[in-house]
Design a protein around this ligand. Sequence first.
Ligand code: LMR
Length: 414
Amino acid sequence: MSSRFSNVKLGPPIEVFALQKAYVDDNNENKVNLSIGAYRTSEGQPWVLPVVKKVEKALAADDLQNHEYLPVLGLEAFSQAATCMLLGADSPVIAQGRAIGIQTISGTGALRVAAEFLSRILHYDTFYYSKPTWENHRLLFINGGFKHAREYTYWDHIKRTINIERMIENLENAPENAVIILHACAHNPTGCDPTPEQWNMIADIIEKKRLFPLFDCAYQGFASGDLDKDAAAVRMFAARGLEFLCAQSFAKNFGLYNERVGNLVLVMNNTKDIVQIKSQLTLIVRGMYSNPPNHGARIVSTVLRNPDLYEEWKDHIGTMSSRIRDMRIGLQQRLQRLGTPGTWDHITQQIGMFSYTGLTERQVEHLLDQYHIYMLHSGRINMCGLNEKNLDYVAKAIHETVLLFPQKDKRCNC
Ligand code: LMR
């Protein structure tokens, strides 16, 4: 029988979720999941942060809580606290009323709302994303109405550092008003952030060429363990008087992955347009999902606004970021001890959740087929998937795989 749906083409799978499913379905007892970016304890388990559990219990017992709609732009107390966390409590931009935040459906929702605002309201049509970047940036901006997707060089795969010269050159050639997506900290997937000097160079070129910066801030506090340090680039842009947007996610730093807690921050030069801007954001959200969910944002808001809970949460961030650092050291030392061909210092030099290992696609395939170790085809691994129980297994598997399928370029295993 003919059907209206028979011409629908099969779309490509979303790699990270396809791998996650394949991992769950895999019955091999040695399997290791280094794919999706989610924190795991040293037992390999998801972690509900104790402070989150505490607030959830209090909310459940609070008879004043209900399930009424939130306003279209979400919980204002949450957005204010989140904006403050990003820009700093003593931020002149906040004091001058030049920053607003709206609650969104995690960082992804913030990016999608931002894209639609920039394309439909400001009429920007070109965006640049780093090569490589988080695989969703492109889709979000195309779906948000942008016409021209461009890459800027970010990674030097031989030196395994940022190729700042090429990046600046690419930005130099970008048209005015091109939106430049920047990772605020813990660049996904490379784990390599610009130095303060390089950030200044990036800000210079953005200012000179009248480009529009948009930060994706998914790892504040999670990268270095220090909330202020991880926000330094964003704050530097604010201090220089640049206007920008920033998408904040609370998935990783609060472990609230499925609660979709996010905030879109707009930093602008004056306050006179705020009412109009909010009215347009309201229409965008209303036409997309009407209003955001309450639960996760209520938790984050409660923690950020209570000094004791805030300190408790900062301890949790420290726990997570230091465990990741330990795993970096653990893997690098094992590979060095085994004498695995190639250099592995980058594993400890990179920061945040991921390591861009430089393993080739062939090696990644072999690690999956032979050892049931799951990672992105780019060689990106989630460091949190490692623990004392599987480190030896993973290091040995990488060692054997690199011996079996050597890199062509001896300087580099990418
Ligand atoms: C990741 O990069 O693995 C995470 O941010 C999950 C996702 O949505 O891609």
